[in-house]
Design a protein around this ligand. Structure first.
Ligand code: SF4
Length: 212
């Protein structure tokens, strides 16, 4: 029998999938991260080049490892030995066949909210690879766009700043100070409210808490 949280996620995801489709995203719901990885792999033909950003979700789900283990041309920025090489891989990733990411938040009516330090992830999302696959835990769904932006700014960004050991006010206090520090990771804020060309961005919702 499903738990109340599982039921909530399934019901909410059902509505969200149809709202995303109305915005011309391709959208799916998987109850576990394991299923989501299988779904993502089914969307990527063997031999494709695949790049990704800094998402915890795509790593923790096992998706990046599955691609390393399979027959794909992987552009993995984590393997860069220098900042210059990392920067080169970020640029190369913009021409990959597929780009993998998560989102910082998504509103219940299907608007994606993302914040970026350098902007490579947002560039890929806006106008980069011909296909973008997003894995998103239902824990990232917020009631409306304002709540989604708030989640991204006051929760996801401080945690990410800590993860990357940034010298930012939020890394010291755990909350956003609307900083303009040199290592700020909130330099670009992107709302993606519709998908054009239709189907370019494929969103796989996951009925588990994953990422932040
Ligand atoms: S303090 Fe700066 S880096 Fe941290 S969440 Fe706020 S704007 Fe972003």
């Amino acid at each position: 029998m499903s738990t109340p949280l599982e039921t909530r996620n399934e019901l909410l995801a059902k509505t969200l999938v149809s709202k995303l489709e109305r915005r011309h995203f391709e959208a799916y719901y998987c109850s576990t991260a394991e299923e989501a990885v299988k779904k993502a792999m089914s969307l990527i033909p063997e031999g494709s080049s695949v790049a990704w950003g800094g998402s915890v979700t795509i790593r923790e789900s096992g998706l990046t490892q599955a691609l390393h283990d399979g027959n794909y041309e992987v552009i993995d920025r984590d393997l860069a030995k220098t900042p210059e090489e990392r920067d080169e891989l970020h640029h190369k990733g913009l021409l990959a066949d597929f780009f993998l990411s998560s989102v910082n938040a998504i509103s219940e009516d299907g608007v994606l909210v993302n914040i970026d330090g350098i902007g490579n992830r947002l560039a890929a999302l806006c106008f980069g690879p011909k296909n973008v696959i997003i894995l998103c835990g239902m824990n990232k769904v917020a009631q409306d766009v304002d709540a989604a932006v708030k989640r991204a700014r006051s929760y996801a960004a401080p945690v990410n700043s800590m993860r990357f050991m940034g010298k930012t006010p939020c890394a010291s206090t755990g909350t956003c100070h609307n900083c303009v520090s040199e290592e700020c990771i909130c330099n670009q804020v992107l709302l993606t409210r519709n998908c054009r060309p239709a189907g370019r961005i494929k969103i796989i919702l996951i009925g588990e808490e994953i990422g932040f």
